[in-house]
Ligand binder design. Structure first.
Ligand code: DX5
Ligand code: ZN
Length: 221
């Protein structure tokens, strides 16, 4: 298994939304990416922020933005985030009509392209699409809310993806999202994940940057 050094991506879903720029700055120098959860109250019941907030926030931070779209009709909205300067834009396979076409459009618009797989969706049917993507986000909870308990049984999907990535020598990152904390990150890393989203574990901590460093250490590489 050839896994690169881990990416740690704090999720601002667990941050103070009245102080987003400050909260982003709090993990600069410690985090690799800033994970931004966009929810539309349709694809998931929850509602968070949209493009105008991301456009403003992105100007305040030096961190690469990892935008996780939990929205319907990603074809309609994704490109705006790429054009706003997001480093990576991830949409859900459950919501997309033509994931490969959208990935191509995202890359043409200047971002990386990510494919997300929710809790109840198997990964196998989509493994052959991976050469078109830069990240594969495997939910380790049901998408929609922070602070849920990590579901270790979902790591079988990470293992299947890791086998595919290694066999095909793909450069794709395997990202896990949901319940990632000091006591769960090692299992996710062992399963083959190499990018880790953490909301509560970072922003519920008194020192978010220290929490990021602790996660990196716990990832074990
Ligand atoms: C939930 C979001 C996650 C969320 C994770 O649907 O995609 O990114 O912020 O939060 P924690 O780390 O608290 O499980
Ligand atoms: Zn997320």
């Amino acid at each position: 298994m050839s896994v690169p050094p881990p990416i740690i991506a704090p999720s601002i879903l667990a941050a103070d939304f009245a102080r987003l720029a400050e909260e982003a700055r709090a993990v600069e120098g410690a985090a690799d990416w800033l994970h931004v959860d966009v929810m539309d109250n349709h694809f998931v019941p929850n509602l968070t922020i949209g493009l105008p907030v991301v456009q403003s926030l992105i100007k305040t931070s030096t961190l690469p933005f990892d935008v996780h779209l939990m929205i319907e009709q990603p074809e309609r909205w994704s490109i705006g985030y790429a054009e706003a300067g997001a480093y990576n834009v991830t949409f859900h396979v459950e919501a997309a009509d033509d994931p490969v076409a959208l990935a191509k459009n995202l890359r043409a618009a200047g971002s990386r392209a990510g494919l997300a797989i929710d809790r109840d969706t198997p990964v196998e049917p989509y493994l052959e699409l991976l050469p078109h993507f830069d990240t594969l986000l495997i939910m380790t909870i049901k998408a929609g809310f922070g602070g849920q308990a990590f579901m270790p049984e979902l790591l079988d999907k990470v293992r299947a993806a890791r086998r595919q990535v290694d066999a095909g020598h793909l450069e794709l990152r395997i990202e896990v999202d949901g319940g990632i904390a000091r006591d769960t990150i090692e299992a996710a890393a062992e399963a083959g994940a190499d990018a880790f989203v953490a909301g509560t574990a970072v922003y519920a901590s008194a020192d978010p940057a220290a929490a990021v460093r602790a996660l990196r250490q716990a990832a074990g590489r």
